[in-house]
Design a protein around this ligand. Sequence first.
Ligand code: NAG
Ligand code: NAG
Ligand code: NAG
Length: 322
Amino acid sequence: MVCGLSFLVAFWLHIALCYGETEFQRWDRWWSYEGLTGPPAWGNFNQKWKLCTHGGRQSPIDILPTDLLYDSNLKHIFLSKHKVAGVIRNTGHDLTIYLNSSDSTHDVKLTDGPLSYQYKVAKIVIHFGSTDKQGSEHRINGKSFSAEAQIVAFNSQLYNNISIAEESNYGLAVISLLVSVNGSVSSPIGQLFSASASHVQYRGQEKALAKFSVHDLLPLTQNYITYEGSLTKPGCYETVSWIIMNKPVYMTPEQFGLLRQTVSTDETAPVKTALENNYRPVQNLNRRALRTNINFPEQKSAACDIKREKAYTVNQYLSKLK
Ligand SMILES: *[C@@H]1O[C@H](CO)[C@@H](O)[C@H](O)[C@H]1NC(C)=O
Ligand SMILES: *[C@@H]1O[C@H](CO)[C@@H](O)[C@H](O)[C@H]1NC(C)=O
Ligand SMILES: *[C@@H]1O[C@H](CO)[C@@H](O)[C@H](O)[C@H]1NC(C)=O
């Protein structure tokens, strides 16, 4: 323990003294998905991150079908369809695709669904496992998926940029795509991340991407589950409206193989650690509402003429998957 702590102190000093980085960059390297700097410790590092330990509206969560409430007020989501340029980067925590934001006439807009504001897509982050049995952050009825791609948008009506938005009320909206392994089918998201993975094997590497449509990454469904939660990395700010699509997208085993070759350390690091298993464990729901626009056919009940509140056996698509 003493050894571990002194290692951390040495590590900190090394970063602080050798690189002269900004405060943000230093803190951004000061966490991981396992060991002493893993999720249970995130809240201890920095006063600004205390929601990671003490927050009551945290993400991700396990979505239990019996907790879902049908809400007829939920609209279909709107997401712009045009193509945009972007760059993929190995952040050391995940692979992130940043959209080119310099051209504001071509913003990728996200509106409607459960949202009351207009949001602008800024990036797409992927979390994935070392085996097919794990990797997603959200779970459905206890089941993990092999990966989860998160389309992150910020409230562009209230805030100038994602940095200020992610710490502010109604700052972010995230569309979550749960990814399953499929030997015969690959969705556009599989191609997008795997084709460039070998160019961003090490932390800090990046590669420009050909223009693509964020809308094309969505599964063919308008059904989703929504709840109010948090960032799934430090500072765990409780500013996110989550939208979880009710149908998986697919990647092939070969595409997963390419993702799993990426590492979380620099090219020059003496010890290389894999990027895989970069997901936060599920958090307590704490009586938050889990709403859905999935309207199951009503069961005939002659004896009863009052509509009862129901829990739905939701997720026909997701819960049938092995
Ligand atoms: C981003 O968009 C601007 C404005 O359209 C363009 O000049 C620039 O080359 C684009 N960057 C990339 C990486 O495509
Ligand atoms: C984001 O916006 C805030 C408030 O407008 C500003 O102070 C900050 O410098 C901006 N950050 C970046 C990275 O542009
Ligand atoms: C693979 O994808 C096809 C087409 O969507 C689907 O019918 C099949 O069930 C999937 N297989 C697995 C193992 O998920």
